[in-house]
Design a protein around this ligand. Structure first.
Ligand code: CTP
Length: 405
């Protein structure tokens, strides 16, 4: 979890600074890129050389000590960090963070970074309980700064109480679990294969005419993009659409319902999640004319036959796949949705009323209801299709992780 992460360890001036050496050592041994920034007072307790040797990176104390002319050090470090750990954090360091002082390398970097920050305080028990320190920590908490609480015990000043820097093992465990939590939150579909169908199929009448529908592909493309962002391997099977498919994912282009059927069946076995957002034609001409049909007489009758129902076949053949169908309706939403879900053996069905303002074909927003076998499980108000996609996949990830079962 920690491997490959860029972690800034800020060391401020307290006797507990010696424990930061063990923390940096554990982080470096676990494969993290550790960059140490020390305050001048910290350098009185531990040496730059020790930390540089452990981390294999230069240690910063002075904002003006610019070693690489191609970058500005405090901005460069601030930008690269995945996490900033302040251990130990003195009462003074906490106060400077609260009020935004930027008078040394560490405080300047703390203002410049957008990375998450965790503070491990260490100080005398009365200082730790002082209303100013308590209020400062509260302000920082409200801004999203996290804390590893100090321990209780013998303090360097002779007192016994709360204020001992948490042990390096404890801070290290906190950091590991932070990255584990973040990994799950950001990439809840990591390791899963997601097959998404999108767009409207085209059924040929003759070389210049066809039957299709109003699908823009936006909903399905948004789902493919969201699944990719959530860590999944994504295969998008795309029929006709008004926009380009998202980049960075595998795309198979298809034209007709039959093409889509064949592509889905070919790739079904390797998929964990199948999302059928495509608007598949229900009927196609029995025979597509090889030559342009010329007009003759007052009426023309086209003979149509049913296309294969891809979702129904997926539902019938599925083994471990989690299958999500879509239903575009104009009335009786719940009844039709539940009927489709059961008939096509889906795990979830996403239904929308295409007549509603802000929903349906071609729009950038949607209003959907999600059903499972037991009925309605989630109603999403009008929101961007990209947001609908994230919310739907978050729900699926939760189900697969057994969180909402
Ligand atoms: N679907 C499919 N293959 C078809 C028709 C539909 O895979 N030949 C899928 C769609 O991708 C969608 C779901 O089935 O996920 C619902 O599509 P819809 O056309 O609304 O369902 P039908 O069962 O055909 O019902 P109706 O047309 O009567 O509303």
């Amino acid at each position: 979890m920690v491997k490959g992460k860029t972690i800034i360890v800020g060391i401020t001036g307290g006797i507990a600074a010696y424990k930061a050496i063990a923390l940096c050592s554990k982080l470096a041994q676990s494969g993290a890129e550790v960059h140490v920034i020390m305050t001048k007072s910290a350098a009185k307790f531990v040496t730059e050389l020790t930390l540089q040797t452990i981390t294999r990176h230069p240690v910063y104390t002075d904002t003006f000590d610019e070693r690489d002319p191609s970058v500005v050090s405090h901005i460069d470090l601030a930008d690269r960090a995945d996490l900033v750990v302040i251990a130990p954090a003195t009462a003074n360091a906490i106060a400077k963070m609260t009020y935004g002082l930027a008078d040394d390398m560490l405080s300047t970097t703390l203002l410049a970074t957008t990375a998450p920050i965790v503070v491990a305080p260490a100080m005398n028990v009365h200082m730790y309980e002082h209303p100013t320190v308590v209020a400062n920590m509260e302000t920082l908490r409200k801004r999203g700064v996290m804390f590893v609480e100090p321990g209780f015990g013998q303090l360097a000043c002779g007192y016994v109480g709360k204020g001992r820097l948490a042990e390096p093992e404890e801070i290290f465990a906190w950091i590991e679990s932070f990255f584990a939590r973040r990994g799950r939150r950001n990439e809840p579909l990591k390791g899963r294969s997601v097959l998404v169908t999108a767009g409207g199929t085209i059924e040929r009448i003759d070389p210049v005419r066809y039957i299709t529908n109003d699908s823009s592909g936006k909903m399905g493309f948004a789902i493919a993009e969201a699944a990719h962002a959530m860590g999944a391997r994504v295969h998008l099977i795309a029929a006709n659409a008004a926009i380009d498919p998202p980049s960075g994912i595998q795309v198979t282009r298809v034209v007709s319902a039959q093409d889509m059927f064949d592509a889905v069946m070919r790739h079904m076995a390797e998929s964990d999640i199948i999302v059928k957002a495509a608007a598949v034609a229900d009927y196609r001409p029995v025979q597509a004319a090889l030559r342009k049909i010329k007009k003759s007489g007052g009426e023309l009758t086209l003979h149509l036959e049913k296309t294969p129902d891809i979702l129904q076949e997926v539902g019938a053949r599925k083994t471990t796949q989690y299958v999500i169908g879509f239903a575009a309706e104009t009335d009786n939403l719940e009844q039709y949705a539940m009927d489709k879900l059961r008939r096509k053996n889906c795990d979830l069905l996403v239904a929308n009323d295409v007549t509603a303002e802000g929903a349906g074909f071609g729009k950038d927003t949607n209003i959907v209801q999600i059903y499972d076998r037991n009925g309605l499980v989630e109603t999403l108000p009008q929101m961007a299709k990209s947001e609908v996609a994230f919310r739907l996949l978050q729900f699926v990830a939760g189900r697969l992780a057994g969180e909402t079962d």
